[in-house]
Write a protein that binds this ligand. Sequence first.
Ligand code: SME
Length: 158
Amino acid sequence: MIQKNSGNNQYPLLVESVSNIVQSSQTRDEKLMAICQLLHESVPYYHWVGFYIADHRKKELNLGPFVGVSTEHIKIPFGRGVCGQVAETLDMIVVQNVDLESNYISCGIDVKSEIVVPVFKDGRLMAELDIDSHAEHPFTEKDKVLLKNLCRQISSLF
Ligand code: SME
């Protein structure tokens, strides 16, 4: 288990594990699910880990593989909530305290913070990695660097 503020020295292992998953012979969704499971079980404050897949024609995000409580937010219009904002700004968003974010879609009262990282292929948004935490202010610079790195690897799945 990776403890918060432990220096997250195991993050290189996660990079290697995701690389192995990406290169495995599973389907894309099996790989995305395996990555969700890996992150969810490896980092104690990653309580919900999932992917939203971009549909540019409909300008909406569709829920893909995820681990954690089920959510009614299967489709999210671009611009709505944190995920929808990322679809428009095309940049990672870190919300360390969801009570302070006005454009936020709640997926449960336990969720206190969220990080959403875009996945690009040839400069186009393909998907988003969405992580919810029950902790307030849990995400460090190392989380941001790790997740951006993982999303660069994941882009090859699209
Ligand atoms: N909180 C997200 C919605 C997705 S759930 O976290 C699974 C948002 O504001 O976009």
